[in-house]
Structures are given as C-alpha cells and as structure tokens.
Design a protein around this ligand. Structure first.
Ligand SMILES: [Zn+2]
Ligand SMILES: [Zn+2]
Length: 248
C-alpha cells in the first residue's frame, strides 16, 4: 500500500505544509480535502476518486471547491464523497451555497451513518470507520485494510482510549499532533492532541509506525519539535511531510 501525504498542516497553510489531504494512489482513495486537495488531480491513477471526509471544518473541506475545474475538464470524472450526514449537509449548505460558491460539482454522496456495519469495500480493500466524539461536532477515524497492510488515519481529536481497539496493530498510524508537550494545556481545551499522548497511544496500540500530522501551523518547520523523548516511548515516530511517499 502506498500513502502520499499531500497536506499535513493544522488549521491554515504555512510555508511548509498545506492543510489535510492524504492520497492512496493505487486505490484511488483520499482522505480529507484541505488546501492540499489542489494536488489530487495530477496524482490520481484513475478518473474515479473515493474521497472520505473526517468532519466539516474548513481546513478539511475547502479543497472540495478545487475539484470543480478538474471535473469540468474531465480529468476527474467521478467523485464519491463519503462522510457522516452532518458533514455532507454542512458541505452542501455552507460550502457550496450562494454567495460563496454556488455550484457543487456532481459528487456522488455516500452517508456513512446509513451503513450499519461501518465498513465498505473498494476494489480489494476494506475501509472501516469509527466516530470520534471529542472534537466539536465530532470527527471520524478511518482504517484501510488491503488484505496485507493496515493504515489508520485519525485527526482532530483529543487522545482517549475509545479508539484504541480500532487502530490496534495498524502497520501505519497517521495521527494528528497539533501541540508539543510545551503547549499541551491547549490540547484538551481545543480537542486536539499533543506529542507525548500520541506517542503513548502508538505504544499501547502497538502500531508499527506513527507519522504526525495536523501540526500547529504557527510552526514553520518540517520538524518543529525534538522527537527524541517521544521515540523512547515508541521507536518509530516521525513527522508526516507534504509530498512524501510512504510505502507499506
Ligand atoms: Zn483540522
Ligand atoms: Zn477540526
């Protein structure tokens, strides 16, 4: 399985990171449509895209508007857009509405609440999801299983134990880490995560590799904090970086 982080920043873009978007090019699957979504069309290996949204905060959906032109030009012919009802309603009502951006592209909307099993199959891969309640309005954790490797994507949440079982043993966990340990008091206030608690989560759930994303955008550096202490908790931790390629 190949994963391409296209946007690894927090709320707004900065000099080194765009906001959330992750592409699995072999599977035509992406997660979130932040400002990095402008990078999707030229990297897709198919004219069909399966795009899963975690929640409707602007840093995760604004890039849906960037798909308008590639769809008009038929560079992308079909976008299946997945999210819970609340997320899809927010996209329709607030993002694509007069006078901000009147025309919603012809997305095929899939409400995840309607699928009781909380899983669906795309090609030979299975996508699982679990709601994360701590963030304002909630967020959604995702896990992709291609039969050989398992990749989990978790963002916009305070770390708790409610999704330990969901991510347990994943080969790769990409998890948000908005705050360093020095600014950790902001994590619970804003329902985001900080470094040591994410490292401890990776250790207790025995994931193979942890990449940190949704980094505080005031940190204009690819590697803003020293990870040596975190690596004593779990040895395989690094920052996710825009435009890197991760091969599992
Ligand atoms: Zn966010
Ligand atoms: Zn958010």
């Amino acid at each position: 399985m190949r994963i391409e982080p296209l946007g690894t920043g927090g709320y707004h873009p900065n000099e080194v990171r765009h906001t959330a978007c992750f592409l699995l090019p072999e599977l035509n699957i992406a997660f979130d449509a932040g400002t990095a979504a402008f990078r999707l069309s030229e990297r897709l290996q198919s004219k069909e895209l399966h795009l899963f949204l975690t929640h409707p905060h602007w840093d995760h959906i604004i890039g849906l508007t960037y798909l308008y032109v590639p769809m008009l030009l038929k560079q992308i012919e079909t976008v299946h857009l997945y999210g819970n009802r609340h997320t899809l309603e927010a996209v329709k009502t607030y993002l694509f509405s007069e006078p901000t951006f009147a025309h919603m592209p012809d997305f095929q909307l899939v409400e995840l609440d309607a699928i009781e099993s909380r899983q669906l199959t795309i090609g030979t891969s299975t996508i699982h999801w679990q709601p994360l309640p701590s963030h304002p309005g909630g967020s959604m954790a995702y896990l992709v299983d291609d039969g050989t490797k398992r990749f989990a994507y978790v963002t916009d949440t305070y770390v708790d134990e409610t999704y330990d079982d969901f991510i347990r043993g994943a080969d790769l966990l990409i998890h948000e880490c908005y705050f360093s340990d020095e600014t950790s008091e902001w994590a619970e206030k804003t329902s985001h995560s900080y470094l040591t608690q994410v490292a401890e989560l990776a250790r207790r759930t025995e994931v193979g590799q942890l990449l940190l994303t949704h980094i505080d955008p005031r940190e204009n550096s690819e590697a803003p904090w020293d990870l040596s202490h975190a690596r004593t908790i779990h040895p395989n931790i690094d920052y996710a970086r825009d435009l890197q390629t991760v091969q599992l």
